[in-house]
Design a protein around this ligand. Structure first.
Ligand code: ATP
Ligand code: MG
Length: 227
């Protein structure tokens, strides 16, 4: 099976997340995309985050009608900080029992991915799993390549290369020399929506219609979130 992993805080989930997951699933012919709400995102330690119960509920509701979309509570059950390396390892082990042939792709926005070297065991993670990095239409793969190589300078034996033969599209893919895994920059339809903006709009009593599914807005209102 080809499996996309979509990690996030989902506070709340919105059409930006849903659309990019759907477009990626189509391009990479994925059998499923697993949405994984993080329990405590390590990079948001200082921010106030909505109770995971609500974030999970909203993620469940928003993905319900898409047969390819699943939700996993793996990071919630693990407790503590939600590190991607732990999640990937755990997922790989749990899927191994059902069938041996699984391919995992971790989907992440380019802004988050640029910080990859601040993630736990980043080099091991990059060498262990394929990444799909969603970019804006104006984004140049060369920029990402330069940013990564710059950030990798503090790691010995980490050097990125460009592979122009990408089976999934015209854009080149990147890889660390010696690694069997790739980084696929993929242009998705740009929906300039963020959870931060949605929370801010709700707090100010502004409309959020058409930024997220209607029933998620209803869920937010019913539970008086973000007020
Ligand atoms: P916040 O504003 O609270 O940081 P967010 O909208 O960025 O929220 P996250 O839950 O932090 O959402 O993001 C989860 C994943 O979805 C990340 O990989 C992020 O890059 C990606 N993502 C967020 N917004 C969009 C969007 N509008 N289009 C495509 N991907 C997105
Ligand atoms: Mg974010």
């Amino acid at each position: 099976m080809r499996i996309g992993i979509m990690g996030g805080t989902f506070d709340p989930i919105h059409y930006g997340h849903l659309n990019s997951a759907e477009e990626i699933a189509e391009i990479f012919k994925m059998d499923r995309v697993i949405f994984i709400p993080s329990f405590i995102p390590p990079h948001k330690k200082k921010e106030k985050i909505t109770d995971v119960y609500h974030r999970l509920m909203m993620t469940m509701l928003a993905t319900l009608s898409n047969p390819r979309f699943k939700v996993s509570t793996i990071e919630i059950e693990r407790d503590g900080y939600s590190y991607t390396i732990d999640t990937i390892n755990e997922l790989r082990n749990s899927f191994k029992r059902s069938s041996a042939k699984n391919k995992f792709y971790f989907i992440v926005g380019v802004d988050a991915f640029k910080e990859i070297f601040t993630w736990k065991d980043s080099v091991r993670l990059l060498k262990n799993c394929d990444f799909i990095v969603t970019t804006r239409p104006s984004y140049k793969v060369d920029d990402l390549f330069n940013v990564l190589n710059d950030a990798a300078k503090k790691h010995r034996n980490v050097k990125f290369k460009i592979d122009r033969k990408n089976p999934f599209g015209k854009s080149p893919r990147l890889y660390i020399i010696g690694s069997k895994h790739f980084i696929y920059p993929v242009e998705t339809t740009a929906l300039d929506i963020s959870s931060t903006d949605i929370r801010r709009r709700i707090k100010r009593g502004m409309t959020v219609k058409y930024l997220l599914p209607e029933f998620i807005e209803e869920y937010i209102n019913k539970n008086r979130l973000y007020k």
